[in-house]
Design a protein around this ligand. Structure first.
Ligand SMILES: C[C@@H](O)[C@H](N)C(=O)O
Ligand SMILES: C[C@@H](O)[C@H](N)C(=O)O
Lengths: 159, 159
């Protein structure tokens, strides 16, 4: 499955913002991102898993420089809609990229296994047509990238 | 922000499989997807939000034809690692696609607002560099696509 992966990328210095236990009803996601849009905040990943008992979390990542404004906007919306908690923390994103990889469970399996072998916990996962991305602790990012690069691209040093 | 969106796409006949309350420790995601890979199951979206209290959910989507095998594989892994519940249900994925859109909170906000205006609940969200995808109820998919197409592409009928 390595033949499908053409790049390993990572982003450090991202901040993950999470709104916990929002009401899982139409209009809530719109309110959160409208508030962010009004501040011209650029958003990288947006992840929302399944809701439970009428509540759901929304998480997204922003660059460090936008994190204070993003957190303030989310605290405001969170208070308005009754989120249980709004919090931010630093995160690193590591991704494998390649045509069609997300259709192949083997690429995801190999990526997750590679991180597991290093004892790196996968905190969040998001995929698209050509990319599988994991959020991990920033202090493990360099190590993760080297291992993923060796696993998928080859033994040359990751740039 | 509509200028950034070049397509509205949707996939019906997907099945969303969810493993609830998995142990949030290294190796668990790898086990799930290794089991799926061993059955040559093709996976579309993978979404994992933040964990809580040492547990996390993993959700992914597969084509209808793979759903029985995927569910069986996940029930097996779920039992081995102590998931609270493993379940599957039909879902529709609607996406807006365009260069750089995920960097712009306005595109996400507009997409979510469009769905909210129709009273369509956004069940899950995943983004990548060029795509924002939402999982919604299949019986709302046609309506959602028409509205998103009108909002972002123009008044011509969605094909
Ligand atoms: C939680 C949030 O995504 C909500 N379900 C909405 O549709 O806006
Ligand atoms: C829940 C699962 O993703 C776990 N955190 C892992 O790293 O495998």
């Amino acid at each position: 499955e390595g033949a499908l992966v053409r790049a390993v990328t990572h982003t450090k210095g991202e901040v993950k913002v999470v709104l916990e236990a929002l009401p899982d009803v139409p209009g809530v996601a719109a309110r959160v991102f409208t508030a962010l849009a009004q501040q011209n905040i650029q958003v990288d990943m947006i992840i929302q898993g399944r809701g439970r008992e009428g509540r759901n979390d929304i998480a997204f990542t922003v660059a460090q420089d936008d994190s204070a404004a993003a957190l303030a906007a989310c605290r405001q919306v969170g208070a308005e809609v009754g989120a249980r908690r709004v919090a931010a923390e630093e995160a690193a994103k590591v991704s494998v990229v390649g045509a069609g990889i997300n259709q192949d469970a083997r690429v995801a399996a190999a990526m997750f296994e590679c991180l597991a072998e290093l004892g790196i916990n996968i905190e969040m996962i998001s995929t698209s047509g050509i990319r599988v991305s994991c959020l991990i602790r920033p202090d493990r990012a360099d190590e993760a990238v080297r291992a993923l690069h060796a696993r998928f691209i080859g033994p040359a040093e990751a740039s």
